[in-house]
Design a protein around this ligand. Structure first.
Ligand code: BGC
Length: 348
């Protein structure tokens, strides 16, 4: 079967390969892949900056945002042939650490977790893949192709869960939220914020393209300026860019008792001048919190699936700005100015 593979660490090594059928060791559920979403992590892997091959192998099958149709499921699982499913990305570490032992692999403490399509475990960008029943999450069949948005939705569902758990340490009645970055993660974070009844403000740099209208159609407000101009006293900031200056601006301008959740992975290597003392002073005197959030466990996939199920399908459909057949995978990896989510169509 065909699969999109790379040699991690080696730029220019991505290619469409013929690979053996998926190994039984990956799990008893056989899935026919329908679509793979492309994100910044895939671009980093293909550029050679991130990613690890499975032990003893040179190449890694990429693809961690998936949608597939169950072809075979074991008796006794709640899956059956024909179900639309999304594969969970991370697998618990083998030790396991205290968090992985209780299915909180997204909080793995020893770094020995694996991630399908990213870290030491082949991903989903192959015509078929196998998976453990507990790691395949069913999506509302009415969503069809839009189910491919579940993985990024799970990541923002986790971010919102962190914000709420931290906010609830005291009386918590948030009203305003800022989301930095109007890419797929930012837009899905804004969507969940609006679903929670918050006044949501999204900040990005672009003036044209689909993003400003997507934000407006959510019932949120689009801005291009600084956080403090977009929304003074935001109770929540979900930072989705990884841009250092925005991270510090968020910490400086979040409301007293507010929560800043960092979801963007920065590349590093850039220094900023920060008045650390005054930042510390205001964060202490105003009980503010900053939390990093990555990945998602099964509960977050279920929260993400519920958020997608109640979203406007027309709006979700507009997040997918390009669909590219597997044979033209290289076009999917080349970022266009107007792209929000690009999807590789693997099957029908
Ligand atoms: C994925 C996460 C993963 C993270 C780090 C992100 O693109 O969505 O599931 O944990 O990369 O590898």
């Amino acid at each position: 079967m065909k699969a999109l593979t790379v040699v991690p660490g080696k730029s220019g090594s991505a290619r469409l390969d013929d690979v053996p059928e998926p190994p039984e060791a990956d799990g008893p559920v056989l899935v026919e892949t329908l679509a793979i979403g492309v994100c910044g992590t895939d671009a980093e892997i293909v550029s050679g900056a991130y990613g690890w091959a499975p032990e003893g192998k040179e190449r890694l099958v990429i693809g961690h945002e998936s949608l597939g149709r169950v072809a075979e499921a074991p008796a006794g699982s709640d899956l059956k042939a024909g179900d639309l499913v999304v594969g969970i990305v991370r697998r618990p570490d083998p030790v396991p650490c205290p968090n992985c032992a209780v299915m909180e692999w997204d909080f793995c403490r020893n770094g020995q977790y694996t991630e399908r399509g990213i870290k030491q475990h082949d991903g989903y960008c192959s015509e078929r893949y196998r998976i453990e029943a507990d790691f395949a999450v069913k999506v509302d069949p009415g969503l069809g192709m839009l189910g491919v948005l579940l993985e990024p939705a799970s990541v923002v569902a986790k971010a919102w869960e962190q914000v709420e758990r931290i906010g609830s340490r005291a009386h918590w009645a948030p009203q305003r939220a800022v989301v930095t970055g109007a890419g797929p993660v930012g837009l899905l974070a804004a969507m969940i914020g609006v679903q929670k009844g918050l006044d949501v403000h999204v900040i990005d740099r672009v003036t044209g393209g689909v993003k400003p209208q997507l934000v407006a159609d959510l019932g949120a407000t689009y801005h291009m300026g600084a956080i403090e101009e977009a929304c003074a006293n935001a109770d929540v900031v979900i930072e989705c860019t990884g841009v250092g200056q925005l991270v510090f601006d968020a910490m400086e301008h979040v409301a007293p008792g507010g929560v800043v959740c960092l979801t963007g992975v920065s590349s590093g290597g850039r220094e900023l001048g920060v008045d650390a003392g005054s930042l510390n002073r205001s964060m202490v005197l105003e009980n503010e919190s900053v939390v990093g959030s990555v990945n998602a466990n099964r509960r977050h996939y279920e929260q993400g699936a519920a958020a997608l199920a109640k979203a406007d399908r027309g709006w979700l459909g507009r997040l997918i700005t390009r669909r590219v057949p597997l044979a033209s995978w290289d076009q999917a990896l080349a970022r266009g100015d107007d792209d929000v989510k690009v999807v590789i169509e693997v099957g029908t």
